[in-house]
Design a protein around this ligand. Structure first.
Ligand SMILES: [Zn+2]
Length: 206
């Protein structure tokens, strides 16, 4: 896990990543090659029972997409991070994370053994011995993923609107544990059928 004060790492295609962003620090995710879904969970680093809540965030901002100005709220209603800069323009928090189970239901029984974000999250939690299990997986954000909602209220997993080099940048409003699955999904266009690396960076305020 990255606990260094300043982080600058490339996360390979399909891999999980964990790190801590300190209160006041900037946190940037770069979509290096374009149209890569970055499934992300946020926890209060001091108490992981507090975690990002899609429901509270959507309710507070009265909008379903996330972009510059969005304050990411926890299940306790506390501000965790604020999106300060966004060259993609829109991020999803409704579509959830892919799993062996959803791959089986959506696509085919033979897809069950494929890598998935849920398995990546659980692998990272087990690797870092945080005594956290599937019970501790809160709602997630899919940075750079395009999940438009139709006028009839349906969710679509659509071709991405991101591109190589686009980024999203946040300021941490509390010490935040970040858990990323750099999505390995190959069955829908969330990664343009080609998972690619991302870059994660943190730095101290000027
Ligand atoms: Zn995924």
């Amino acid at each position: 896990m990255s606990t260094a004060n300043v982080i600058d790492e490339v996360v390979p295609a399909g891999e999980p990543w964990m790190g801590v962003v300190r209160r006041g620090q900037s946190f940037r995710i770069v979509d290096l090659e374009g149209n890569q879904a970055v499934d992300t969970l946020f926890y209060n680093a001091a108490d992981t029972a507090e975690a990002y809540s899609a429901q509270n965030t959507i309710q507070a901002q009265q909008r379903i997409y996330l972009t510059t100005g969005t304050v990411l709220l926890s299940n306790r209603g506390n501000a965790m991070l604020r999106i300060e800069d966004d060259t993609c323009g829109r991020h999803d928090t409704l579509g959830g994370a892919c799993s062996a189970e959803s791959n089986t239901v959506r696509y085919a029984l033979e897809k069950r053994s494929m890598h998935s974000c849920r398995d990546s999250f659980l692998l990272a939690l087990a690797t870092h011995d945080l005594r956290m299990t599937k019970r501790d997986l809160p709602s997630n954000i899919n940075f750079f993923m395009n999940v438009p909602v139709t006028p009839e209220g349906q969710l679509r997993f659509a071709d991405g609107i991101s591109a190589a080099g686009r980024h999203v940048q946040m300021t941490a409003l509390m010490d935040t544990l970040v858990l990323i699955s750099n999505c390995p999904q190959l069955n829908n266009p969330c990664n343009a059928y080609n998972p690619t690396p991302i870059r994660v960076m943190t730095w101290d305020p000027a």
